[in-house]
Write a new protein. Structure first.
Lengths: 336, 1064
């Protein structure tokens, strides 16, 4: 590995962390077409970092302002230039029956707004899910081309949140732009094949920064509870009322996931969904993209610590990365 | 004057009592019901429960144009008939003045007149940070910028000082806006560094520690305290170990003390705000129109240990006040901007939203329970406030009469709108206290109604006017002595016209009644009638009634006109009572009548011309009955009026409400002077309200026919208008007959219609019919006391069982009751144990699908005892326990911290459930060793019981030998998952590939395989495997879901088999 490679993505914006040789160096098409090929070769580590003070983003920091430790070993870092700021936004939208009504319309408006806010150089992928996950339009498409398709979303079915998140993470190919995964959901997962832990494990192998926009429990007057959302037996356990279930808080696992990837959870009312989506994008664009060559080539999970030197700022970044084992198909690396 | 009523004469209940009251000067004549001796009980407004409903479209805009049929209202799950429907649109231009109402009342809700809007803004200074105040203040100021309309009230109150400023006029509104500048933010300001103790703990955390001694939270706070000390230079390794350990040991007690202090302060703030809300909402009691309170606040804790919290909630519920929450903080791009996050280390990234929710749980719950909403993190406060203002002025008012008598308890309400894409918000319940849902306090008025009937012209242009008042006797206090009840009621009426001296009459009514007579009296309102002679013009009558013993009084005013025209109609007398046995309708002060009753309408025509100035006057009259929307339901062509013995032209119209749906109707009278050619018309609106449960549902509009006086409509057979009591055998017979009609319909193949009708039947009537059938073994004559001939033979009984079981699917709220009722019938419907077990399987699976596990288990276990060779019984029991265990595990997986207590509760824990599942499944396999489903489930259960090797053997058997591909598919999936958990990715991938080979379209299989490939470092293939899933527009349910959520499908299958068995 050399320190002077060209990078597929060189700048600020996304929470990409695994940096590979440029496509030309591997003889690949810089704009890959389906089926997607997920990058594997770790040459360098790229890290998306959000720095704030008193709730406001801190700008103008230089590489020497950052202190990045890989497995407690200080690393020499550099900040990528702003030449390539393209974003690959992956929208993972819950269109299960609980969003039927005004919430679905608010969701469509929010999704369109986010697509509008992307530039022509950015790329977008839209996944809709209920108990089934499906793509809405092509993967990594020009954002404007997806706009007309948003109107056709219909609410129906149960919530396979984990399976949908996994699919979104899988499609977060950084060669299309810095991957930002924006999840919207108001439901609880009861029908996914995957568990939360499996999604969390997948997120550690993905470069996406995950933001989750969730709707509060008091906003669902129009939602009709169905078999999948109102678990059988729960009413019985709680004296015949389903209120407690509706109050249940679906954010804890998602907070873990977003924190793991350097993103965050946004709570929003139906009317504020649009603001939540746009806020996630705005925050994403205010990030630093830090690169370093890992000193240790140990395969497996590397824990990262990121700070800004001598400052009372708040830093949000992913908590680690996987360094792949050599060989065509390595055995499963140890979990952190 | 004293009146004594003999108990022996109370047979005719109210009619008899009213006859006795005829001796009193105010009462003009005895009244008896037209069609029967028992008078229909008028559903007084005092028994009416009203619900304000806001309906919004997808864009959050109020929806107009809905009608009564668009709404469905349930009380405690039971559908309620809407007896009142009103569209309130205060934003629209004032409507042209409506004609004077025929009846006035002092009981809300009156259906006429404008409903003023009341909007109170509570500026919760105690829960507002100073930095939030300017923004909140500006938004409220803009809300108050438009002046209130006449009758509206706007209130502003701050929780800092608690004084209320009310505005009803533009100038008062201006003062109110100026007052906004005084509002402050008193919530402690958060600092940006970790200096003070206040920054170490949130209010919610303090409550968790102080009230619940929550150890994880305590650890969190201790860690913060330690971090702070490290930041200050303490707790360093250079310290002596003894000093360091001593310091570490002190942290928990320090954290607890901090929690207690913080919680005390937070509770004090919450108490202050809650007390103010309670006082404010109580002060709004009795006001008409929608009462909205906007709580501008960052929210407060949900601390049910505070009595103020419960009192505030009850006050809002009792006084029908809608609370809205408005958190003025902006939607920020960074969690660190929230006060909690500013506390540095105390909140991990992304946690602040949760912290905000926790901190505002109390206010949010209050708001939600009253039918309002909370807006938080919005950058558009104007929009949020505008929406609240809009809802205050645009809504629907639904009214219903609860079928259950008032018991003082809180009853949950649910309102739905039968149109797609619309959102409904309404209060979630009410207190069913006697007398209009309000306690009969001395301060509340005696409910009264007042009407005026302008009768024949007298000399000098005057007319005879009869004022009819009705008093709610339940509001009168009767003193008991020696088994008799006495009361003294004073009444006074004044009639004023222009500047003339008002006419005044006052009376006192002394009552001395037996217990039976008192009970009879309370079934209806007391009529008071008085004659006046009034000149042409508009008059206002004011009636005041005072209860001597109770001290309560009531006043009602009524405005009416005495017409000047010579050719005119008397005020139509529309009534469901008659004067004695004369057949002449009695005067009543109401225009609402019970569904099922029969009405009489008497009109008199005055001033018609005589032919060539001699002979009798000649006039003719016809009428139309139409709905409020104008649809003509019945028409009677004009016929000549026949002069009576006194020479007056009179017509009596009979109207049957036996099959008339509740609603508003109009009787339009068309009268013509057949000599002079003059014509006039009159519109007499009236309302039909739901009556007591009847045997038949209304299906057609009311027929009308004209009759000649004085013949009253003959009474034939059973009539719903007789208003029998629920235990009346006649009512049971009607219900039984109706139910059997539906069974016949079902047997003829009209299954959908029959099931729909059963679902709509009053549950009590349906249950009674089933029980009567069961008790009589289908002998209808016995079941109905001889009123319904014939019998329901076994085929009929079995059909009734299946019909009822099908209805269970459609009425989840009543599923259990319906199942129990059907179970009783089952005992006589068939002696075939297989039929019974089949029914138990269908019923049990349906109950399981609706989450009633215990009820379901009761039926499924019975299969094991009644049909010991039927493998379906133990299998169903095993699957039920397995489903329940999986559910608990899913919930415990971390998605719902609220349910953490479900864990480890012994009986009902996953371990316990799995053990029972295993036992049942093994029992099934003893009956049929090759039962594939049992092997599959058992394998899954054994893995859950931490017996993976044994589980793998069962699953391996299914994967290798099962004939059903779906079961092989699930077995391969589960085997793959087992290997994955053991870290054998290669073997897992192989099993997932096998599963995919069986079900190539399965999302679960593709996700499982892709994820395993991804984890094994083959991302390209992982993506490739997922491509078909992402590119296909699939709506079909995955086989994995079919396996996980199989109860409903299996219930349907069992029902199909049950139908076939019943048909045999």
């Amino acid at each position: 590995m050399t320190g002077r490679r060209r990078w597929t993505v060189t700048l600020l914006g996304a929470g990409a962390l695994l940096v590979r040789p440029a496509p030309e160096a591997r003889g690949q098409d810089p704009a890959p077409k389906a089926p997607l090929v997920f990058p594997t070769g770790t040459e360098s580590v790229r890290l998306d970092v959000h720095v704030s003070r008193d709730g406001k983003p801190v700008t103008g920091l230089r590489a020497q302002d950052f202190e990045v430790k890989d497995e407690r070993v200080l690393q020499k870092v550099r900040i990528a230039t702003r030449e390539e700021t393209n974003v690959h936004a992956i929208l993972v939208l819950d269109v299960s029956s609980s969003v039927l009504g005004p919430r679905l319309e608010a969701l469509k408006t929010a999704a369109r707004s986010l697509l509008e806010a992307l530039s022509g150089q950015d790329r977008a992928t839209v996944l809709a899910f209920s108990h089934a996950v499906r793509g809405v339009g092509p993967t990594a498409a020009v954002p404007a081309s997806l706009q007309p398709l948003i109107g056709g979303l219909q609410a129906d079915g149960a919530t396979a949140l984990h399976d949908a998140l996994y699919a979104g993470l899988l499609l977060a190919d950084p060669r299309h732009g810095r991957p930002l995964l924006v999840l919207f959901s108001d439901g609880l997962d009861k029908v996914s094949w995957l568990s939360h832990e499996q999604v969390l494990a997948a997120s550690r192998r993905s470069e996406a920064v995950v933001h989750a926009v969730l709707v509060g429990r008091d906003e669902g007057a129009g939602a009709q509870p169905n078999w999948y959302f109102t678990p059988p037996g729960y009413a019985q356990w709680r004296g015949g009322t389903q209120v407690r279930w509706e109050r249940s808080d679906a954010r804890s696992p998602l907070e873990a996931l977003t924190a793991e990837t350097g993103g965050r959870v946004w709570a929003a009312a139906d009317e504020a969904l649009k603001n939540g989506f746009l806020a996630a994008l705005a925050e994403f664009r205010q990030r630093y993209l830090i690169e370093f060559e890992p000193g240790s080539k140990r395969a497996g999970w590397h824990r990262l610590e990121v700070k800004v030197k001598g400052d009372s700022t708040q830093v949000r970044a992913r908590r680690g990365y996987f360094y792949p084992a050599p060989g065509p198909r390595p055995a499963a690396p140890p979990e952190p | 004057m004293g009146l004594a009523l003999s108990a022996a004469g109370v047979r005719a209940s109210t009619a008899m009592l009213l006859a006795v009251l005829a001796g009193y000067p105010w009462v003009s004549h005895a009244q008896t019901p037209a069609p029967s001796p028992a008078p229909a009980s008028f559903p007084s407004a005092a028994e009416l429960v009203t619900v304000e409903v806001v309906v919004m479209d997808g864009g959050g805009r109020p929806v107009t144009g809905l009608n009564r049929d668009d709404f469905a209202l349930r009380e405690e799950g039971a559908p309620q008939a809407l007896t009142h429907f009103e569209v309130v649109r205060l934003d629209e231009d004032p409507a042209p003045p409506a004609p004077p109402a025929r009846v006035s009342t002092n009981v809300a809700p009156a259906t006429a007149g404008r409903r003023p809007a009341l909007l109170a803004v509570v500026f919760d200074e105690r829960h507002l940070a100073p930095e939030s105040v300017p923004r909140a203040r500006q938004a409220v100021e803009r809300l108050f910028a438009s002046a209130p309309k006449p009758g509206d009230e706007w209130m502003l109150v701050g929780t800092g000082r608690g004084d209320v400023r009310t505005a009803r006029t533009p100038s008062e509104a201006e003062e109110q806006r100026a007052r906004l500048g005084e509002m402050r933010g008193l919530r402690p300001r958060m600092t940006d560094d970790l200096v003070t103790n206040d920054d170490m703990i949130t209010d919610f955390e303090a409550m968790r520690i102080a009230l619940h001694d929550d150890v994880p939270t305590l650890r969190l706070v201790v860690a913060r305290l330690q971090d702070r000390e490290r930041a200050r230079g303490g707790l360093v390794s250079s310290q002596a170990p003894s000093v360091r350990e001593s310091r570490l040991a002190a942290y928990p007690s320090e954290a607890r003390a901090l929690a207690r202090r913080t919680y005390r302060e937070a509770a004090a703030r919450a108490r202050a705000t809650l007390s103010l809300l309670e006082a404010l909402t109580n002060s709004l009691a009795g006001r008409r129109g929608r009462k909205s309170v906007v709580l501008v606040s960052e929210g407060f804790l949900l601390d049910v240990s505070l009595p103020e919290w419960k009192r505030a909630l009850e006050a809002a519920r009792k006084n029908d006040v809608v609370l809205y929450g408005l958190d003025a903080r902006r939607l920020t791009a960074d969690a660190s901007s929230t006060p909690e996050a500013k506390r540095g280390l105390m909140t991990p990234a992304g946690r602040s939203a949760t912290a905000d929710r926790e901190a505002a749980e109390g206010s949010d719950t209050l708001v939600t329970e009253t039918g309002g909403f909370t807006r938080r993190y919005t950058n558009d406060l104007d929009d949020a406030l505008g929406r609240i203002a809009q809802e205050t002025r645009n809504y629907y008012l639904l009214g219903f009469q609860p079928t259950a008598p008032p018991d003082g308890k809180y009853r949950r309400l649910a309102v739905e709108v039968r149109r797609e894409g619309l959102t409904v918000r309404a209060r979630k319940g009410y207190y069913a206290t006697p007398a209009s849902g309000r306690p009969a306090e001395a301060g509340t008025p005696i409910p009264l109604r007042l009407a005026a009937y302008v009768r024949e012209p007298l000399a000098a242009g005057a007319s005879r006017v009869q004022l009819v008042a009705e008093v709610d006797p339940t509001a009168i206090v009767f003193l008991e002595q020696d088994g008799r009840f006495s009361a003294s009621v004073e009444s006074a009426v004044e009639v004023a016209a222009g500047g003339a001296e008002p006419l005044r009459q006052a009376r006192r009514l002394d009552l001395d009644l037996s217990a039976e007579a008192l009970d009879a009296l309370k079934t209806s309102w007391m009529p008071l009638v008085r004659d006046f002679e009034l000149p042409v013009g508009t008059h206002t009558a004011r009636l005041t009634v005072k209860d001597g013993a109770g001290g309560r009084s009531g006043t009602v005013e009524h405005t009416f006109a005495v017409p000047s025209a010579s050719f005119r109609l008397s005020t139509p007398v529309l009534s469901d009572l008659t004067q004695g046995s004369s057949g002449v309708p009695a005067l009543v002060a109401r225009r609402s009548f019970t569904q099922g009753s029969r009405l009489l309408c008497e009109i008199e025509v005055h001033g018609a011309a005589r032919a060539e100035n001699e002979g009798p006057p000649r006039a003719s009259a016809g009428h139309v009955i139409r709905t409020a929307a104008g649809a003509v339901l019945a028409r009677a062509e004009r016929t000549a009026l026949v002069p009576g013995g006194d020479g007056r032209l009179r017509q009596l119209i009979g109207i049957s409400l036996a099959r008339t749906p509740p609603g508003t109707y109009e009787l339009v009278l068309d009268v013509r002077d057949d000599v002079a050619g003059a014509a006039l018309s009159a519109v007499e609106p009236f309302e039909v309200v739901a009556g007591p449960p009847a045997g038949e549902r209304p299906v057609s509009p009311p027929p009308a026919r004209a009759v000649t006086p004085p013949a009253a409509p003959p009474r034939q057979g059973l009539q719903a208008g007789d208003a029998p009591k629920p235990e009346d055998p006649r009512l049971r017979a009607i219900a039984l007959q109706s139910y059997l009609g539906l069974v016949n319909l079902y047997q003829r193949g009209e299954r959908g219609a029959a099931v729909e009708a059963v679902v709509r039947l009053p549950p009590a009537a349906m249950k009674a019919s089933l029980e009567a059938l069961a008790a009589s073994s289908g002998d209808l004559a016995r079941a109905s006391g001889g009123m319904v001939p014939g019998s329901c033979l076994p085929g009929c009984l079995r059909a009734a069982v299946v019909l009822n079981t099908e209805a269970m699917l459609r009425a989840p709220a009543e599923t259990h009751d319906m199942a129990r009722a059907a179970e009783k019938l089952l005992e006589v419907a068939s002696e075939d144990p297989q039929f019974r077990c089949l029914w138990r399987l269908a019923a049990g699976l349906h109950l399981q699908a609706w989450g009633r596990f215990d009820d379901a288990l009761g039926h499924l276990e019975r299969i094991r005892s009644e049909c010991p060779r039927d493998v379906r019984g133990p299998l169903a029991v095993g699957i039920l326990h397995q489903d329940r265990a999986l559910l608990v595990l899913t919930v415990n997986a971390g998605w719902s911290p609220m349910l953490a207590t479900v864990r480890n509760q012994g009986e009902g824990s996953p371990t316990w459930l799995y053990r029972r599942a295993e036992a049942a499944l093994r029992a099934a396999l003893r009956l049929d060793p090759d039962y594939e489903e049992a092997h599959l489930r058992l394998g899954h259960v054994l893995i859950g019981r931490e017996q993976p090797d044994e589980g793998a053997r069962e699953l391996g058997w299914v994967a290798a030998k099962a004939a059903d591909g779906r079961r092989r598919f699930v077995a391969e999936l589960l085997l793959g998952s087992l290997h994955e958990r053991r870290g054998r990715l290669g073997e897992a991938i192989a099993h997932f590939r096998q599963a995919l080979a069986v079900q190539p379209a399965s999302q679960a299989a593709r996700v499982a395989l892709s994820q395993a490939l991804f984890q094994s470092g083959a991302p390209e293939e992982a993506v490739e495997v997922m491509q078909p899933v992402l590119s296909a527009d699939r709506r079909a349910v995955d086989e994995w879901l079919e396996y996980r959520l199989s109860a409903e499908r299996r219930a349907e299958e069992a029902l199909d088999q049950l139908r076939a068995a019943a048909a045999r």
